[in-house]
Ligand binder design. Structure first.
Ligand SMILES: O=C(O)CCC(=O)C(=O)O
Length: 255
């Protein structure tokens, strides 16, 4: 199996809706490799990961890791040479009609029984005005997903409605943000292993809590337009939390 190129129909769908499901995009053997390395991020989460939904009642040493947030690169530097990495930028460029480059990734693991949703947000809400219409994300689940174990949900066409006001999530002391959306336009995207989603950096999206009996494991790959310069010119709600030192800062203050 080889990696697909975007068809004109897929490009038109993405531009209209702000999201796309690509079936059978990633070969199973490549997913096996990604999954093997990401397992270490789960096993050694205390030293290798943040808790993206760090409960405000927990000290740093007591974090329950309701959403494990880490980078495969920490345990697998060769990830940057993997075929799927090159494919992401090619496919994302086609969808955005812009030259896109890989920017950064996040492994997001939701433990069975004690996770929370990754609440509604737009990626630009985190990244700032610098990435205005210049980002795209490819979300790769490492197993079958549906609404019971944390699949992607999108607001259809939401990429055309500007950046919504975000705020920190009550009871959480990490940088997790959320915004209010009209769920009348919500699309739920169950996927089989090998399928992926792409979404525009302004598309509101969320994943549900994992109520299944195994870890929900996914790799989110963020791309930016070549020359965009990364995050910056932050919105006022943006907070940076360093979970190694406990430092909190507000880069968006005064924006
Ligand atoms: O996997 C998740 O829980 C959320 C991923 C996400 O929000 C993203 O890829 O932008």
């Amino acid at each position: 199996m080889s990696y697909p190129t975007p068809t004109p129909d897929q490009v038109a769908f993405f531009q209209r809706h702000g999201w796309l499901v690509v079936q059978d995009a990633i070969p199973q053997a490549d997913l096996d490799l990604i999954e093997t390395h990401c397992q270490r991020l789960i096993d050694e989460k205390e030293s290798l990961a943040y808790d993206w939904a760090w409960d405000a009642r927990e000290s740093k040493d007591e974090r329950t890791f309701r959403i494990i947030q880490s980078r495969p690169h920490f345990v697998w530097p060769e990830i940057e040479d993997q075929p799927f990495r090159k494919w992401l930028a090619m496919f994302g460029s086609g969808l955005m009609n812009l030259q896109m480059e890989f920017w950064y990734d996040q492994f997001l693991g939701k433990p069975p029984g004690k996770s929370v949703p990754t609440y509604w947000h737009q990626d630009e809400g985190y990244w700032g005005r610098n990435l205005d219409d210049k980002g795209i994300t490819c979300w790769i689940p490492l197993h079958d997903v549906d609404a019971t174990n944390g699949c992607m949900h999108f607001i259809d066409g939401g990429h055309r409605q500007g950046v919504l006001t975000h705020h920190l999530v009550d009871g959480v002391q990490s940088d997790l943000l959320t915004c209010e959306v009209d769920e009348a336009d919500m699309v739920v995207c169950p996927l089989s292993r090998g399928d992926v989603t792409f979404h525009h950096s302004k598309t509101p999206h969320m994943t549900t809590a994992n109520t299944g009996d195994a870890y929900r494991k996914a790799l989110a790959n963020h791309m930016q337009a070549v020359g965009a310069g990364g995050e910056g010119d932050h919105y006022p709600w943006k907070v940076k939390v360093n979970q190694h030192t406990g430092d909190r800062s507000r880069p968006g203050e005064g924006a």
